[in-house]
Write a protein that binds this ligand. Sequence first.
Ligand code: HEC
Length: 306
Amino acid sequence: MEKRKFEFEVEINFKEVFRNPARWFGYVFIYIVLIILALGLIFHNQLDYMFKNEVAYNEIDSTRVFTELVAKKGGMVEGVKFEEVSSLTPELEKKGAELYKSTCASCHGEDGKGKGVASAGLNPPPRNFTSKDNWKNGNNPSGMYTTLQQGISGSAMVAYDYIPPKDRIALIYFISKFAGGKFEFTQADYDEINSQFKIDESRIEPSQIPIQIAKVKIIEDNKDFINKTIELSKTLSNDKLLTNKVIQNPEKAANFLLKVKQQNITNLSEAIIANIPRNGFSYTFVNYNQEIKSSILTEIKELIKN
Ligand code: HEC
């Protein structure tokens, strides 16, 4: 009897199990654990596949998104006094009608109902000036002036900030007619617009050229620098150079080194380390001992001397 005390019961004691079904668990729990483990392993193995996008992820490179600027000649933009626009003179009326027809009617329509020829498919659609509802900046003079100054972002309504203040007020007179009823441009309206946009001051507007043209011009102005960069990057690609061993991207490194030279930076080593790896150098540079480092620096200084 003493001996039996340490023996395990090997066989399943069915009588016992039927009397106490919870004991089943004791017999099968190891299999349950194994099954869960197996499922877990399968799941883990399939993770990559499960999270694969059906549709290729196409991130927009935000550095390539820009609104193209229109070419415009700078010059004096005349300010406007309240007296010049306090009532609808024939001159203002004519200007407003002309400008509306040439610049706005394509979208907003000749009748101001927002159904111009260019309005098809625009979302949001051009504003119907005869309706009072849901104006974003408001249908009062200062709201409309703000719209003309800034445009409405996310819509086809761009800024018309190049139109001189007086002509914009002519447009406001014109648009307001679509709403019917009497329209007055009051001193309070003028003051409100003036407090935001300083329309009483004449100012000099700088000239502006489209970004695409500006890019070409920048490249032209920097032709020398670019040529030097190309030349140096070819030199740096030569694996006979000691420097070549610490360079990951010769173009970047060449560009960086020439800029460092331009800015007369004295501590070359520090500048290189501070900008790894953006500057085209590799981390191996950091790991070299002082002696090799200084040989590399001497070599670089020689390369960018002229
Ligand atoms: C390319 C089409 C287009 C042209 C051209 C255009 N607009 Fe618009 N305009 C729109 C669209 C679209 C909206 C509606 C924007 C929105 O609701 O987000 C709008 C809205 C407006 C609004 C209402 C803003 C508000 O508060 O909701 C005013 C005022 C306006 N335009 C004036 C003008 C004037 C004046 C011109 C001419 C100088 C002009 N627009 C030229 C498309 C155009």
